[in-house]
Design a protein around this ligand. Structure first.
Ligand code: NAD
Length: 297
């Protein structure tokens, strides 16, 4: 049936996600600090609210899709100030620290409502096409309660475990992605410098043991995969800024749990360097361009 859904954070991801919920017949109350972001959703039929508290009023579900730990925490502190309804389930789909997700869960339940973490993978194209992967942290009952709502925005909804485990899965996946992209970049660069044909070598990798998403779908060498950001001067796609943020979160939880992540840490530093050289807005596969331009004499 149709639910009353609140949505906070209507950016690159959230705007599409909120729109997909409306396409499935849900009623949306939305909020964002940016008025252009609100206007875009209003045009599509959403009711724009003037505060996060108003979004939460009478909601069956409230979804938050915000930039970082700090903004997500502050938003929940604001929401609970006015009290929350016991029927509301809050779903945070932002990528944040699992420990921050756990504290927000405690805060929300102390006020009588429920909270799950449900970060996503699939990027802006996945948000637009409603094909996101959701990684849910919460009880089995909460997972069952949010599943059909999340299915309006994604096609694979996985219960990862208790509170924070959705974020844990998300950070681990993105750490591997950050590492594998650098691996593909330096390997392609070496192969080309050794005189191998780029397309021929990519095809060998993609039918051999080196194959991965970064080599196959998102190959960083221009001219090989038509849909990859490498062909648009690394514009769009998954920004260096965001992978740097995710690797920073992964480093934090790895340090806190005394877990060695030698390549994850190194990958974090490499993306930080690119960011400090002004490449934060470029797709993270720009590492290839960076390495290619390193002198080889
Ligand atoms: P974005 O910056 O495009 O959108 C964030 C939105 O939040 C903006 O519209 C901004 O105005 C709004 N906002 C900021 N502070 C606010 C506040 N205090 N109250 C209300 N609204 C506020 O970011 P995005 O790309 O949509 O990503 C959102 C989250 O999803 C991040 O945690 C990101 O790491 C994660 N994520 C992004 C992608 C991606 O490919 N873009 C993929 C998976 C996960």
């Amino acid at each position: 049936g149709s639910s009353n859904i609140g949505f906070i954070g209507l950016g690159n991801m959230g705007g599409h996600m909120a729109n997909n919920l409306m396409k499935q017949g849900h009623k949306l109350n939305v909020y964002d600090v940016s008025s252009p972001a609100c206007d875009a959703l209003k045009t599509k039929g959403a009711n724009v609210c003037s505060s996060p508290q108003d979004v939460a009023k009478n909601a069956d579900f409230v979804i938050t899709m915000l930039p970082n730990n700090d903004i997500v925490s502050k938003t929940y502190e604001t929401i609970v100030k006015d009290g929350v309804s016991s029927k509301t389930i809050f779903i945070d789909s932002s990528t944040i620290d699992p420990n921050v997700a756990k504290s927000i869960q405690k805060l929300v339940t102390s006020k009588g409502a429920r909270f799950v973490d449900a970060p996503v993978s699939g990027g802006v194209p996945g948000a637009e096409a409603a094909t996101l992967t959701f990684m849910v942290g919460g009880t089995s009952a909460e997972y069952e309660a949010v599943k059909s709502t999340l299915e309006c925005m994604g096609k694979r909804i996985t219960h990862c475990g208790d509170y924070g485990m959705g974020q844990a899965a998300k950070l681990c996946n993105n750490m591997l992605l950050g590492i594998s992209m650098i691996g593909v970049c330096e390997t392609m660069n070496l192969a080309i410098r050794l005189g191998l044909d780029a397309k021929m070598f990519m095809d060998i990798v993609n039918s051999s043991t080196g194959r991965c998403w970064s080599s196959e779908v998102y190959n960083p060498v221009p001219g090989l995969v038509p849909t990859a950001p490498a062909n648009k001067d690394y514009a769009g796609g998954f920004s260096t800024e965001l992978i740097t943020k995710d690797l920073g979160l992964a480093s934090g939880v790895a340090t806190a749990s005394n877990t060695p992540i030698p390549l994850g840490s190194m990958a974090h530093q490499i993306y930080r360097t690119l960011k400090s050289r002004g490449l934060g807005n470029k797709d993270f596969s720009v590492v290839y361009d960076f390495l290619k331009n390193e002198k080889n004499n």
